[in-house]
Design a protein around this ligand. Structure first.
Ligand SMILES: Nc1nc2c(c(=O)[nH]1)N[C@H]1C(S)=C(S)[C@@H](COP(=O)(O)OP(=O)(O)OC[C@H]3O[C@@H](n4cnc5c(=O)[nH]c(N)nc54)[C@H](O)[C@@H]3O)O[C@H]1N2
Ligand SMILES: Nc1nc2c(c(=O)[nH]1)N[C@H]1C(S)=C(S)[C@@H](COP(=O)(O)OP(=O)(O)OC[C@H]3O[C@@H](n4cnc5c(=O)[nH]c(N)nc54)[C@H](O)[C@@H]3O)O[C@H]1N2
Ligand code: SF4
Ligand SMILES: [Mo]
Length: 879
């Protein structure tokens, strides 16, 4: 196992997506970290994506808060922890345990999560602990429980390589699970009969590899899979033996399915037939799904509609088959196992099951375990808003940005009498609202375990010393538990002891016949825990790793899986003449959620440095919008301003905007202010991808672009700021053009008297100003009446260098404009790639790699290289 580790390297796990890649970390002795993929880790075998490769750029201390704060003032741990314990006790005493709540995260380590859950459910005595996984995996959990009787992911990653057909539903795998996508691409290269289908209303980067893309209408997945189920039956493709022996409900499900019209998908007959032929004709099929499925008011039904087709054909539990929900966060799966959701106990035990509750209570030696489920995320913040929750602790999440109806959630947090936030930085919309801020140790500084999408438990190991006063999350919560009076229950001295307690508890789940049993991993001392190699659960006395349901035995009392009757329902937010656009939201390749870590990396920030909305050109034309105009989206919840990107990747009447921007870096562009808080009735998961909005031109009186060595603070109606290798860049726009632009620019950068150059062209309404120290460029600003056209990707490198000619806004002949970054590993821009394709006559992604090295490290940009190539070929004049 240790054969590939070099001297000084620490083996750990990437803190981003649920693929769960192993990393090797080499501290440089001055706080920095060299990062490479772990060749021995079963999930990635040495591969990393752009975000994983750039981890070293995100461990700096620049934005960290290293001491606790009370009311915005630095304090010590004694004061801060005593106050948190006292306030939670007081509120519990005065208003009852349900007046307190924890909102936690699928990015917590299992040990952190275990402590949070034990503290709230076991000792404070409320089930009001929910997690951002409610916004992420809840529909999959509910769908699994309905079908299988427990929240079990049946398959393993190898199934995606062994299949003959992989169907990706509502998953932009190329950007969101890049290493898994690369594993599929490699399997296809080795075995071209492995077909790939993408089911997504958008034509995403993931479609670059696809044999078939079905651009279905947003929210119509149930209609599609019901159509498939009906067709499976019509063609006699039901596995009748399997269905008879191991399932129930097919008849009712078929009746429901036949009642749906696949027309609701908006797909034409040829597209549907092609999909049905492939799916029905390929025994070894894996259907992978993610947020296009889960984040829906019909999310649970979508999950079951997919699982139904697998059960009806017996395609589950065998190599290369199965439904496969890929998890988003690094420990989304671990959180589900440990009972992080308000309706679960630890180890897949149920709060509402008397036997389970008693057993856990006894094991924890706890006084009071709640009998009722706690509040799910949206309900929880409703209760914060109307004053029922009076003490709230938010750990490792940024709900003021990422919850639906985010302005309302932000106000609710601000108005809550007592708010504790544990984070690594104060620079978040949520942390700024904290009464008590508790500084957590960050990824590279803490130890524990995480579980990835295919149930592999991996160790995260500290590689850097914890800076300042920071403490790991488990330790902070255990301290509070002890101070609240439960000394023994929270007495661990490290994550190894917590893991051991957890593994022991799972034996009880195993005795109840539940799936989550890792009891054979218990009994490890700190040294053995430290050596723990990645291991897939179950790890019970009778099963080690592998697939579930190979024997057709499920977890309902009668051991049969349920084929669940479901009917298509359109998204809840109605479209109307006033709100004619369906707003789809999601992720970008190089940013992680609210950007508190990925935006520290100049390389990652260069890929798409500004918030935008994708709109079909014909829709833009109808609204009299020109490329690069600013667009205002609005509805009853709120409004946002974004840059227009005309795109044929989205469908007419639909828009796509990324979820990442926040009050810290683009305050007018927080997309969740537009998302109404409607939820799936079973899972409570919000419908984050189907708001209805109106779109109009934001009539800016001026536009601007600014670069600087140091961070600056714009105040105009629209601004978006990103880090660059030389400092910072910002896009700006406002209604009223500054009357005295020179003083305005000096104030913007806080350079009251630095020497400056000014260039004004009244006729064209352009104003440019650059600030220098001797000949070194400190900052520059370019304003115009129209969106300013500049060689931005060239200019961003200038601050800090001798660039007395910066105001020209253009590169000089010997320094061509690289264009926006496509390959973030080698910082290679679109123009550079296009020039190479043109001048060297390149015809494949591999040739682009050989000529420019783009795409040859992590490979995350290969899909985009393919798109650039295809676009250039299709625009070449016919001979
Ligand atoms: N780069 C990056 N990677 C990440 C993350 C990140 O922040 N950045 N976050 C991680 C997390 S927590 C998660 S949960 C995962 C999410 O991973 P994904 O689910 O793959 O990501 P999203 O972009 O949220 O949404 C996926 C797709 O759903 C489509 N979609 C929207 N509505 C529908 C619909 O009704 N039906 C169908 N079939 N598709 C629809 C969208 O067009 C979008 O392309 O990514 C993980 N990986
Ligand atoms: N419109 C729309 N909204 C969405 C989604 C969408 O697709 N569309 N996706 C949803 C999904 S799937 C998800 S998972 C959520 C994600 O949403 P969030 O969880 O709110 O977003 P993050 O930015 O990941 O927040 C993590 C926070 O933890 C902090 N942090 C980092 N390391 C540590 C640590 O070690 N300890 C502690 N205590 N804090 C730390 C970070 O600085 C950051 O502030 O967003 C959801 N919201
Ligand atoms: S695919 Fe990328 S983000 Fe996901 S775990 Fe691997 S390196 Fe990290
Ligand atoms: Mo997520």
């Amino acid at each position: 196992m240790m054969q590939h580790v070099e001297a000084g390297e620490v083996r750990s796990t990437c803190p981003y997506c649920g693929v769960g890649c192993g990393v090797l970390l080499k501290p440089d002795g001055t706080g920095g970290l060299a990062v490479r993929g772990d060749p021995d880790h079963p999930n990635n075998r040495g591969r990393l994506c752009s975000k994983g490769s750039a981890l070293g750029e995100t461990v700096g201390l620049a934005d960290r808060q290293l001491t606790p704060q009370i009311g915005g003032q630095d304090t010590d741990w004694e004061e801060a922890l005593n106050l948190v314990a006292a306030e939670f006790l007081r509120v519990r005493e005065e208003y009852g345990p349900d007046a307190t709540a924890f909102y936690v995260s699928g990015q917590l380590l299992t040990e952190d999560y275990y402590v949070a859950n034990k503290l709230m459910k076991g000792f404070i005595g409320s089930a009001n602990i929910d997690t951002n996984s409610r916004l992420c995996m809840a529909s999959s959990v509910a769908g699994h429980k309905r079908a299988f009787g427990t929240d079990t992911v049946p398959g393993v990653y190898e199934d995606l390589e062994e299949a003959d057909l992989v169907v990706l539903v509502g998953s932009n795998l190329a950007w969101c699970h890049p290493v898994l996508y690369q594993r599929i691409a490699a399997a296809r290269a080795a075995r071209p009969q492995l077909k790939l289908v993408v089911i997504d209303p958008r034509r995403t980067a993931t479609c670059a590899e696809a044999d078939l893309h079905l651009p279905l209408a947003i929210g119509s997945d149930v209609a599609l899979f019901n159509g498939l189920l009906a067709e499976i039956s019509r063609r006699g493709a039901v596995d009748t033996d399997y269905v008879a022996a191991h399932t129930s409900g097919l008849k009712e499900a078929l009746k429901a399915a036949r009642g749906d019209d696949p027309d609701a998908t908006g797909l034409d007959e040829d597209e549907l037939a092609a999909f049905y032929d492939l799916w029905i004709g390929t025994d070894k099929t894996v259907t992978v799904y993610s947020q296009g499925v889960n984040q829906s008011s019909a999310g649970t039904d979508k999950v079951n509609a997919i699982i139904n087709c697998h059960l009806a054909t017996g395609r589950i539990g065998r190599p290369g088959t199965g439904p496969f929900s890929v998890t988003g966060q690094p420990n989304a799966m671990g959180g589900r196992e440990v009972g992080g959701l308000a309706n679960m106990l630890a180890c897949h035990m149920e709060l509402k099951d008397e036997r389970h509750r008693k057993a856990v209570q006894q094991f924890w030696n706890a006084t009071a375990l709640p009998r009722e489920n706690g509040m799910k995320a949206v309900e929880m913040f409703d209760a914060v808003a109307d004053g029922r929750v009076k003490a709230l602790w938010i750990v490792h999440s940024n709900p003021a940005v990422t919850m639906p109806d985010a302005d309302r959630v932000r106000r609710a947090i601000a108005d809550c009498p007592f708010v504790v936030v544990s984070d690594i930085t104060l620079r978040t919309d949520t942390a700024r609202l904290a009464d008590v801020f508790l500084p957590a140790a960050a990824w590279a500084e803490k130890s524990g375990t995480v579980t990835n999408s295919d149930r592999t438990i991996s160790r995260q190991r500290a590689a850097l010393a914890a800076p300042g006063d920071v403490k790991p999350d488990w330790a902070i919560m255990a301290e509070v538990g002890r101070r609240m009076g439960w000394k023994e229950a929270f007495a661990w001295d490290g994550p190894a002891q917590i893991f051991d307690e957890y593994a022991q508890l799972s034996a009880i789940a195993g005795k109840f016949g539940l799936d989550f049993d890792i009891s054979s991993m218990s009994g490890k001392d700190a040294a053995a825990y430290d050596q723990m190699a990645p291991l897939r659960w179950p790890q019970s006395p009778d099963q080690k790793g592998g697939r579930f349901f190979a024997d057709g035995q499920f977890f309902h009392a009668d051991k049969r899986a349920r084929i669940v009757p479901v009917r298509h329902r359109a998204p809840k937010a109605a479209l109307s003449r006033k709100l004619p656009f369906r707003l789809n939201t999601g992720r970008l390749r190089d940013q992680w959620h609210t950007m508190t870590r990925t935006a520290l990396s100049p390389r990652l920030s260069a890929h798409l440095p500004e918030p935008f909305v994708d709109m079909r050109p014909e829709d833009a034309a109808r609204l009299h919008l020109k490329p690069a105009d600013m667009v205002r989206l609005s509805n009853a919840c709120g409004s946002a301003i974004l840059r227009l990107r005309e795109s044929t990747e989205v469908q007419p009447g639909t828009l796509f905007a990324p979820m990442h921007w926040t009050g810290e870096n683009a305050p007018a562009s927080r997309i969740d202010v537009l998302v109404p808080s409607v939820t799936d009735p079973l899972s409570g998961q919000p419908e984050s991808k189907a708001a209805s909005v109106r779109a109009e031109r934001f009539a800016a009186g001026w536009y601007g672009f600014a670069i600087a060595q140091d961070r600056f603070s714009p105040t105009c109606e629209y601004w978006a700021m990103a880090r660059t290798s030389a400092g910072w860049r910002a896009e700006l726009a406002g209604k009223e053009r500054p009357t005295d632009p020179e003083s305005w620019a000096r104030a913007l950068f806080a350079f009251p008297d630095a020497p400056a150059q000014v260039m004004v062209d009244e006729a064209r309404g352009s104003f440019r100003m650059a600030f220098f120290e001797d000949e070194t460029l400190l900052a520059a600003i370019y304003l115009g009446r129209q969106p300013v056209s500049l060689m931005r990707d060239f200019l961003v490198g200038l601050p800090g260098s001798d660039a007395v000619w910066a105001l020209a806004g253009q590169s000089r002949g010997d320094m061509p404009d690289p264009g926006p970054v496509v390959c973030s590993c080698f910082s290679i821009g679109r123009n550079t790639i296009r020039r190479a394709i043109e001048s060297e006559g390149l015809t494949s992604v591999e040739q682009i790699g050989a000529a420019t090295s783009a795409g040859t490290n992590c490979g995350s940009c290969k899909a985009e290289l393919g798109q650039i190539l295809a676009a250039m070929v299709s625009t070449e004049p016919a001979e």
